[in-house]
Design a protein around this ligand. Structure first.
Ligand SMILES: [Mn+2]
Length: 327
């Protein structure tokens, strides 16, 4: 596997998403850095059922990123960025790097989907082996199925929280990884990986073939999240260790529309951030991904700002256990 990020300068000066140090995943073990989280791009949208375009996600996220004014010490520890509401120093003392992309871009169209998913599994496994939290930038939402395959091998107790307008469930009980696409990933997660999944912000309809839902799959409607807020959502959430996945179509398309399958209604950026940060502060994050924002020139700047902000705010809110775990 090759991380393709090009680094022209020592890592202190080479900036990745959110202005974080850019250290290709392949080179990380030789740097002596002990990362708390490693962000990687997954420029893949072969799991899309409609019009593609999410393959540009990592590129958009980096080019149009928020330029946080980090100070990075020689061990990669971050400081220097304060939140104006709380005064807290974001990610203080933590080591968070952008590890480049897990796949070449553009992809060789002859590569079978299974091979691509297996490369994602391998990349995420390597990050977990470093004791760090993997943070994936999609890509379409099928990348979550590959990431979960890697996570569940090391974290059998993990619960999954997905922010999504859609349930991404079709009732199939025997899917293999190679058959996953962005609209059935929860069939794979619930039945193949045996995971418990909560889908928050959901508001699409569902066909009878997928009804009734298995007990392990919990829809938490968009309207309910809006009326009850993050605290009530957390009070009912039964997992202690969580993998979090954000499909950007959870946001109200009137606020953010650069996504392939928008559904009217939806939550605001602030409610999404408040729920993510509450979740990160209250439970232990074992992985995070953000997917399904597509190349739309007039929206790319907003996408980049959204993605970089969501990553930093979520990681910055994480409990002190966002630290390398023994492997
Ligand atoms: Mn969706």
């Amino acid at each position: 596997m090759t991380a393709l990020a090009v680094v022209h300068a020592p890592y202190e000066q080479a900036r990745g998403i959110a202005n974080l140090p850019l250290v290709p995943l392949d080179e990380l073990p030789t740097t002596g850095l002990v990362p708390n989280a490693v962000i990687v791009g997954v420029p893949f949208d072969g799991g899309t059922s409609g019009v593609a375009g999410a393959r540009h996600g990592p590129e958009i996220a980096r080019v149009f990123s928020r330029a946080y004014p980090w100070v990075v010490d020689r061990n990669g520890r971050l400081s220097g960025v304060h939140d104006l509401e709380t005064g807290a120093e974001l990610l203080s003392g933590r080591v968070v790097v952008d590890g480049g992309d897990l796949l070449p871009f553009p992809l060789d169209p002859r590569l079978p989907r299974e091979q691509i998913y297996l490369r994602i599994v391998e990349g995420v496994s390597r990050i977990l082996e470093l004791g760090a939290v993997p943070v994936l930038i999609g890509g379409d939402h099928s990348v979550t199925a590959a990431a979960l395959s890697a996570v569940v091998a090391r974290e059998p107790e993990v619960g999954v929280v997905i922010f999504d307008a859609h349930l991404d469930y079709d009732g199939a009980t025997n899917l293999e990884l190679k058959e996953v696409h962005h609209a059935n990933l929860n069939s794979f997660a619930v039945h193949h990986l045996d995971l418990a999944v909560t889908v928050a912000g959901v508001r699409d309809t569902l066909g009878s073939e997928a009804w009734p839902l298995p007990e392990r799959l919990r829809p938490y409607h968009s309207r309910r999240l809006k009326s009850s807020g993050p605290a009530d959502f957390l009070a009912e959430l039964p997992y202690e260790r969580v993998y979090i996945s954000v499909d950007l179509d959870v946001l109200d398309p009137l606020a953010f529309s650069a996504t392939g399958h928008p559904i009217p209604g939806g939550i605001s950026y602030e409610l999404l951030t408040d729920t993510l940060t509450a979740l990160a502060a209250d439970r232990e994050i074992v992985g995070l991904d953000l997917a399904e924002f597509i190349n739309e020139p007039l929206s790319n700047e907003l996408s980049g700002l959204l993605i970089s902000s969501l990553i930093v705010e979520t990681l910055a809110s994480a409990r002190s256990d966002l630290s390398p775990r023994p492997t």
